[in-house]
Design a protein around this ligand. Structure first.
Ligand code: SAM
Length: 345
């Protein structure tokens, strides 16, 4: 778990304020890119403190923008800071910061969703998975439209120990829309319990650190923001492939207001749905009348293990796709992604 600490004594030389940088380089936030900036360095320091001790650490900041969080990371006296920024307008301002911390900053103009982090850090930082996390941290305040697909991608990387996790159990401190953070951390029975809760908590310790009110950003978004810290677990709570866990969890939460057996049913072709659903629920020892939000992590583990056994016995089962069967039956157009029968989470 992240230990809040004082920001280290290293200080950047005097620089224009973030507000001045925005004016100087004409960095007006682009609404369509959901750009909302943090100008208050006490707040950016507070975010960076959630990452834990950063002195001499190697850090990747995603979406540095005008560089508020970047300054706080540099003031924490890190050894190396990798910046991945998609919007070219921010690069000159980031270069100015880089000159103020000679030899420490490496700027990549790129998209974090496709950037390969496997070779981003020195090899000697690698730790065994069972050891303490490596001295590598990912920190970022990204647009909400990027942070959710990104965390799903990184959770898959945690599961297969590749991407940023080739170095071991790399920790992440990221911002999310408050409601998404509540889903990430929701416990059994919680109103926000969802696919994201299971996918994140079965692979990581997930901590909702604090809320940043929307007013703290320029321009102000319509929602509040939460800072969430992730530390990959030594042992995932469900020891099955990411794809299989996702299939179970997605199916269950597609009918989040129904009994959980309704969602489990869509794992099987209609012709054998009733029989196989009963068989799976019995093998997993899960009460079919529980609602999806009432299922604990061990319920999900049992469901995944029992489904895996059925897939091993019938290798065609995993490829079965409920939506495809619906489409064929109802002759729905190929690109119809939502059926009126499915309640998405
Ligand atoms: N970190 C800055 C702050 O806190 O003030 C900026 C935050 S702004 C919400 C998000 C930043 O992420 C912007 O600079 C935007 O250009 C950048 N960004 C958006 N999508 C990105 C992507 N796919 N890869 C890298 N950067 C991205």
């Amino acid at each position: 778990m992240a230990v809040p600490r004082k920001v280290a004594a290293f200080r950047l030389p005097p620089l224009p304020t973030i507000g001045e940088i925005i004016k100087l380089f004409r960095l007006q936030a682009q609404k369509q890119l959901s750009q909302n900036f943090l100008l208050d360095l006490r707040l950016t320091d507070k975010i960076v403190r959630q990452a834990g001790e950063l002195k001499n650490a190697h850090v990747c900041e995603v979406g540095p923008g005008p560089g508020g969080i970047t300054r706080s990371i540099l003031n924490a006296d890190v050894a190396q800071l990798l910046l991945v920024e998609k919007d070219a307008r921010f690069i000159p301002g980031l270069q100015m910061l880089s000159e103020a911390a000679p030899g420490k900053v490496h700027i990549v103009h790129g998209d974090i969703l496709t950037y390969k982090m496997e070779k981003a850090f020195p090899k000697h930082l690698k730790k065994n998975w069972e050891d303490e996390p490596p001295d590598i941290h990912i920190i970022g305040n990204l647009p909400f439209s990027v942070s959710t697909p990104l965390i799903i991608k990184w959770l898959e990387n945690v599961s297969s120990r590749d991407g940023p996790f080739i170095y071991g159990r790399t920790q992440m401190t990221l911002t999310f829309q408050k409601e998404v953070a509540e889903r990430l951390t929701a416990k059994t029975g919680g109103k926000q319990r969802s696919r994201l809760s299971i996918m994140s908590q079965h692979l990581c310790t997930v901590e909702n650190c604090f809320i940043i009110p929307g007013q703290a950003f320029v321009p102000q978004p319509e929602v509040d923001v939460a800072v969430v810290h992730f530390t990959p677990l030594v042992q995932p709570k469900i020891q099955q492939p990411f794809e299989l866990v996702e299939k179970i969890v997605r199916s269950v939460f597609q009918f989040r207001r129904k009994y959980c057996c309704r969602g489990i049913g869509i794992l099987f072709p209609e012709s054998e749905r009733l029989k196989k659903t009963e068989q799976l629920m019995m093998a997993a020892d899960v009460d079919p009348t529980l609602r999806p939000v009432q299922l604990s992590m061990s319920h999900f583990r049992n469901l995944c293990n029992a489904y895996r056994k059925m897939c091993d016995e019938d290798p065609s089962l995993f490829a079965y796709n409920y939506r495809e069967e619906l489409r064929q039956k109802k002759k729905l157009p190929k690109n119809t992604s939502h059926s009126e029968e499915i309640e998405e989470e």
